[in-house]
Ligand binder design. Structure first.
Ligand SMILES: Nc1ncnc2c1ncn2[C@@H]1O[C@H](COP(=O)(O)OP(=O)(O)OP(=O)(O)O)[C@@H](O)[C@H]1O
Ligand SMILES: [Mg+2]
Length: 288
C-alpha cells in the first residue's frame, strides 16, 4: 500500500477538474398541454470545466438555462443526456454513500437570503444543521467549534454573539453570510452560487463578492457563479462562460460560446486577454 504524506486524507489526492460538464442536455416536458409534444430544451449541449480554486461565472439572459445547469451539477434535476464528472467520476450515477459524499462536497447558495433561512432557527441552528444531516462532528462541543469557525470565516463577528441571532435581526448581507457559513461548515470543494448578490443592496454586494474571493484563497473553494450582471462577473471570476446572445455576436469568429434561440448550446473557455477572447475594454463595452 502506498502511504500518503502527513496530513493528507485518503481521497484528497484526486486528479482532474472539480467539475467537468460534457455535452449536457436537460429537456423538460412542456408545462401547457398544447405544447406537450415539444419539450422545453432548457440546456442544449453545454460543456464547461471548473478547476480547483477557480471561479467560473456563468452569464446569460433570463431563461437561457443557467439555473438548470446549476441544478444538474447539484443533482437536483436529471440530465436528459451528457455527463457531469467530478475528478473523472460521473456524479449523476452515484448512489448511497458516494452520493452523500458528493452532496457534501458540492454546496449551493441561492438568490434570496431570507427565503433560504428558517425564521425560527437561530444562526447557530442554521449552520449546525448541515453537520447533523451529514453526521459530522465528534461531539456537541466539536460541532459548536466548527460552527463558530464557519461564522468567523463568513466574517460574522464576533461569532459567539451572532450565533444566537434570528434571521429577522440580521441585514440582507448578514443573512447571505449565514448561508455561506452553512455551506462552508461542510468544507466543500465547490460552491454553486445562483445570483447570490442580486437581491442585496450595492454595499452588501461588494462585501459578499470579496468574501467569496477570500474563501477561494483561504480554503481553495471553487465556484460556479451565476449572474446576469456582466460587471459582477468581471470583478469576481477567473473565467466567464458567456451566454449572452448579443455578446456572442460581438465576439465574432472563433467564439466557443453559442446561443441558439435563447438557449445555451455551448460554453467554452474564454480568456479575456487572450487571442481568442475579448479584450477587457470590449467586454466592458458589450455589457454597458
Ligand atoms: N421544471 C421545469 N419545467 C419546465 N420548464 C422549466 C423547468 N425549469 C426551467 N424550465 C425552463 O427552462 C428554461 C431555462 O430556465 P432556467 O431557470 O434554467 O433559466 P435561467 O437562465 O436561470 O433564467 P433566470 O436568469 O431568469 O434565472 C426556461 O425556459 C424555463 O422556463
Ligand atoms: Mg436562474
Amino acid at each position: 500500500m502506498t502511504s500518503l504524506p502527513d496530513g493528507v486524507e485518503p481521497g484528497a489526492v484526486e486528479s482532474g477538474p472539480v467539475v467537468e460538464v460534457i455535452d449536457l442536455h436537460v429537456h423538460f416536458a412542456a408545462r401547457r398541454w398544447r405544447d406537450r409534444r415539444s419539450p422545453v430544451r432548457a440546456v442544449d449541449g453545454v460543456s464547461l470545466t471548473i478547476d480547483r480554486g477557480e471561479i467560473v461565472a456563468l452569464v446569460g439572459e433570463s431563461g437561457c438555462g443557467k439555473s438548470t445547469i446549476a441544478q444538474a451539477i447539484m443533482r437536483l434535476v436529471p440530465p436528459t443526456s451528457g455527463q457531469v464528472l467530478s475528478h473523472g467520476v460521473d456524479v449523476t450515477g452515484l448512489r448511497g454513500r458516494a452520493l452523500r459524499a458528493a452532496r457534501q462536497r458540492f454546496q449551493m447558495i441561492f438568490q434570496d437570503p431570507f427565503g433560504s433561512l428558517d425564521p425560527r432557527q437561530t444562526v447557530f441552528e442554521a449552520v449546525v444543521e448541515p453537520l447533523l444531516i451529514h453526521g459530522l462532528g465528534d461531539s456537541d462541543d466539536d460541532r459548536r467549534e466548527r460552527v463558530l469557525r464557519a461564522l468567523d470565516f463568513a466574517h460574522l463577528r464576533p461569532p459567539e454573539r451572532l450565533a444566537d441571532r434570528y434571521p429577522h435581526e440580521l441585514s440582507g448581507g448578514q443573512r447571505q453570510r449565514v448561508a455561506i457559513a452553512a455551506a462552508v461548515v461542510l468544507d466543500p470543494e465547490l460552491v454553486v452560487a445562483d445570483e447570490p448578490v442580486s437581491m442585496l443592496d450595492v454595499s452588501a454586494r461588494a462585501g459578499i463578492l470579496s468574501l467569496m474571493a477570500d474563501l477561494r484563497d483561504e480554503l481553495g473553494i471553487s465556484y460556479l457563479f451565476i449572474t446576469h450582471d456582466l460587471s459582477t462577473a468581471w470583478v469576481l471570476a477567473d473565467r466567464i462562460a458567456d451566454a449572452v446572445r448579443s455578446a456572442v455576436g460581438a465576439r465574432g469568429e472563433g467564439a466557443d460560446v453559442e446561443v441558439i434561440d435563447g438557449r445555451i448550446t455551448g460554453v467554452g473557455r474564454i480568456d479575456p486577454a487572450g487571442e481568442s477572447g475579448w479584450s477587457r475594454a470590449r467586454y466592458r463595452a458589450s455589457s454597458a
